[in-house]
Design a protein around this ligand. Sequence first.
Ligand code: SF4
Length: 271
Amino acid sequence: MPERLGSEKVTEEYPRFIVPGFAPFDPMDLIKRTERIVCSGNQRKYTNFYATGVYGGIATGYTVGCCFRCIFCWVGLGREYLEKHGKFYSPEEAFDQLSQVARKSGTAKLRISGAEPTLGKEHLLGLLSLVEESMFKLFILETNGVYFGIDDNYVKQVSKFKKVHVRVSLKAGTPEDFTRKTGAKPEAFEIPFSAIRNLIKYGARFHVAAMSADPRIMSPAERAALLMKLHGVDPGLVKGLEEEIVDPYETTLLRLEKAGHQLKWPLTQLC
Ligand code: SF4
């Protein structure tokens, strides 16, 4: 398939890696800038379609483009160099690729990974409509919550799809830690919590995850602040919280190093 380019060229100021002394960015602005690179009409860039063992086996479409720059992020360097990675696929083309992978690997579960899947609203809603009408049973939508926090109607539309389960991944427990870890301005800290409120409001199937089981990334005090904040939204969220640790992917190590962090592995030696 010939590559069809998005409308924006990547300029010097486009945020790539977080480095010491970086200027915090507005993630809503970065959504728009990134969409102009990785989306074209209802198409979105993907680099690959494959099956993986997570979630007990799932067909995965690997995309590029995010509105955060998490220092512990594991995805490929398509996050930073999105103009160089991927080809554009329509919702029908992406669904076709996912279907082929799912059939070959014998799974009825699908997802998008490698990036923030909510970028390219028209593409995602088109893809989810196809999933809803299909024989597949589940689409796991892993999001950082920015788009769902600022666009109430987007959440309303996604919540109508009964096969969609949303996983909101929180990055920090305080505004300062949020900026240090994601690169986004501290005022945006509240946005993912607004996403959670929107998901509750529209009765969506969802749960919350956080990198809160890793003291190298989240101190006990920050974890306590996060749990308290979640409790304030809904006490049940704390009980259902999926707590993660950082894995030493090559890209994770590179991003941590660029940000001036040196973590030691394995984590068990530190606990
Ligand atoms: S960890 Fe997720 S939210 Fe953070 S930069 Fe990577 S893809 Fe984006």
